[in-house]
Ligand binder design. Sequence first.
Ligand SMILES: [Zn+2]
Length: 402
Amino acid sequence: MTLEALGFFGGGEVTAPAPRTWFVPAFANVAVFETDEGLLLVDVGMRAFGPKIHASVREKTQAPLHTVVYTHGHVDHAFGLDAWLAEPAGKPRIVAHRDVRTRFERYARMGELNARINQVQFAVESLSWPNEFFWPTEVYDDALTLELGGETFELRHTRGESDDATWVWVPGRKVLCTGDFWIGCAPNCGNPQKVQRYAEEWEATLRAMADLGAEVLLPGHGAPILGAEAIRAALLDAASYLRAIIDATFEGLAKGLPHDTVVERVRIPPELAEKPYLQPVYDRPEFIARNIIRLHAGWWNGVAADLLPASLASRAKEIAALAGGAANLVARARALEASDAPLACHLAEWAHEADPSDRAANEAIRDLYTRRADAESSLMARNIFRARAKRAAEALFPPKDE
Ligand SMILES: [Zn+2]
């Protein structure tokens, strides 16, 4: 199963999973609710995809846009409003959790860092971070009920992938819009490059959602789920998946184990590991455990030598000298490539760190990480490996100036 096959990046036809309700599969998905007073949209997609999403909605309904709800302020959810604002009806009400504003303020300050992180995560050459925002016109803290055209929309805030999350329950239509609490694969609750996620609150949210009796689940990414039984089972499975990681992580931390060992001991129960909607194709359970550790036990990894460590270079030089030279590290890395890729990568990195100009070390790094990326299920891990291979390749053959 790949992210593409799961519909993670959108594409495909607009569907009507409930009366006067449309689902637009995009990056990210958009849910459209027609009411007697106008449309309510849950999310508006990425800025670049906004016009296409708008056009596909306008093939289905001409009702004026009244209200937009952001499930959170990520660039793929809250930036596709241009085409809507160009309509004669003018500016819609935009409702979001209070911290969406804080997020936008942070984005305005930290665009360069966010662009770099996402270039690596999504393996794109260049990426410009937005510095224009469609600010919420109305914010709330914990819960908010909107009445629009005779329809009730219950907005709830809990933390999960983000601290500014909203999920929406439409009881009259039995439709649940999860935002990124549901993305059709293992939850993005670990992400190695990004800010804190909240595994326990996420688990509790999934259990609360499971109790609603939803008959249509419209996710932030990936395909909708239809049918009360299927929805409840899927949400509870995802909750149990997070709980398994949380429990194993807490247990290891309570024993005072080094963080690497805590993570090694995390196991997903086989009956959950085989679920098609819990595959580690975006995030990974190991990363989720790291995020739980970061939240509760700080950044020190439990190895005393790593608290105030010797420099990377001095460690690598010493290891290379003990090995009889960096060439021996590289040779051993090559020998381990097929049987123990993680260990091989450590050896190659030590060789490189001992002498950054060593071509054989850079060649090994390029080859090892390329092979590892090819074998890796998780997009986040795969693209970090690819970025490392690329950096090594560029050190071997620096790009020529134009
Ligand atoms: Zn998203």
